[in-house]
Write a protein that binds this ligand. Structure first.
Ligand SMILES: Nc1ncnc2c1ncn2[C@@H]1O[C@H](COP(=O)(O)OP(=O)(O)OP(=O)(O)O)[C@@H](O)[C@H]1O
Ligand SMILES: [Mg+2]
Length: 360
């Protein structure tokens, strides 16, 4: 049975070099039953510390953690009914896969028939029904990681916590495994918190993403929401790639802002909580894929191609603008796509509705 999670004012202060250091700073979050939430942020922003507090490995300095209505803040790790998958999934090397997966259910003193059933169900779930008799060193890294997951699933946890579980795997296997994890999590309706610093992983897996920075939550939203409406420059930069240009506000309505960019007006998207004052500078978040290159003139910005990279399905350009700033442009490549050369003078065509303005 899965539970919802509420995190209230959760804070962890460490003593670092004799100073107090807020590794996790006043975090609030509600996670619904069956939801998969990823925590995304740079190294040291407090992701692991937050997860360890939810698991019960770390005592919060302040705040509360609730599983449904049950306050678990003071409850011991082994009484919280959580499954935890770490980056280092260390299986017991001297035990068969069966015994590895059966370890938790045996500790609970379940009957041998029930244990057999749980082990075979868990191995089937992770797509490895026939490896029970083998030893860990007879499996590949990806298979071992699946067994680590099966071992946790055999405990039928209320909450599944995962901390960079795929970072030891190669790129292809990582992509395969994240699809598998998502499938299993949905099939079981498990509430899952998943830590990663890989934004692609966060985007593919999550119902919602929590972007963290220096112990604090910057923004919580769906992958689409974060990508289209980043609330801060930090988020814009962390999710996908972003060019940030400065424009001057002419005029604003509830939904849109008209800004001057290199002396031309563009009507771009406004954010609900931003205040736009005519005459003020704003930051414009321009995704590389919302730019196109064309001949100089018309309603485009003047640019000069500095670098062109062909990566198969698309062309990537680094282009300098009149103020010397470099922007990154990505164009899908098809047979009739014009190809520009380094040194070419070009017009940079902007899709204004795809641009979002952040008030400074
Ligand atoms: N036991 C501890 N004592 C003192 N400081 C700690 C302790 N554990 C973590 N920290 C500090 O708290 C901060 C957050 O650490 P945490 O491990 O939560 O980061 P993270 O977001 O998981 O980073 P990464 O992506 O590198 O795993 C870091 O600056 C770290 O040095
Ligand atoms: Mg960590």
């Amino acid at each position: 049975m899965s539970v919802g999670i509420s995190i209230e004012h959760l804070t962890k202060v460490f003593i670092k070099d004799k100073n107090q250091f807020r590794a996790v700073d006043d975090v609030h979050l509600s996670v619904s039953k069956g939801e998969l939430v990823t925590f995304l942020g740079p190294s040291g922003c407090g992701k692991t510390t937050l997860l360890r507090m939810i698991a019960g490995f770390e005592t919060p300095t302040a705040g509360r953690i609730l599983f449904d209505d049950r306050d678990v803040t003071e409850i011991m790790v082994n009484k919280r009914d959580i499954g935890f998958v770490f980056q280092n999934y260390a299986l017991f090397p001297h035990m068969t896969i069966f015994d590895n997966v059966a370890y938790g259910p045996r500790a609970r003193k379940l009957s041998e028939t029930t244990i057999r059933q749980k082990v075979s169900d868990s191995l089937a779930l992770v797509g490895l029904p026939n490896v029970a008799a083998r030893y860990p060193n007879q499996l590949s890294g990806g298979e071992q990681q699946r067994i680590a997951l099966a071992r946790v699933l055999a405990m039928e946890p209320q909450v599944l916590l995962m901390d960079e579980p795929l970072s030891n795997l190669d790129a292809k296997l990582r992509i395969q495994m994240r699809i598998e994890i998502r499938r299993i999590q949905k099939q079981l309706g498990l509430t899952c918190l998943y830590v990663t610093h890989d934004q692609k992983e966060a985007l593919t897996l999550a119902d919602r993403i929590v972007v963290m920075n220096k112990g604090r939550v910057e923004q919580v939203d769906s992958p689409f929401g974060l990508y289209a409406n980043p609330a801060t420059l930090f988020v814009a930069d962390f999710i996908g790639q972003a060019n940030v240009l400065k424009g001057i506000v002419r005029d604003a309505t509830e939904k849109s802002v008209t800004v001057d960019l290199f002396e031309k007006p563009y009507t771009v998207r406004a954010l609900p909580h931003s205040r736009y004052q005519p005459g003020n500078l704003v930051s414009l978040v321009v995704r590389p894929e919302s730019l196109r290159l064309g001949p100089v003139g018309g309603n485009s910005m003047a640019g000069c191609v500095q670098l062109r990279t062909f990566v198969g399905d698309r062309l990537e350009y680094e282009v300098t603008l009149p103020d010397g700033r470099m922007i990154h442009v990505e164009e899908p490549y098809m047979t009739n796509t014009p190809v520009w050369n380094e040194g070419d003078q070009v017009g940079v065509i902007v899709s204004a509705p795809d641009i979002v303005a952040l008030a400074d």
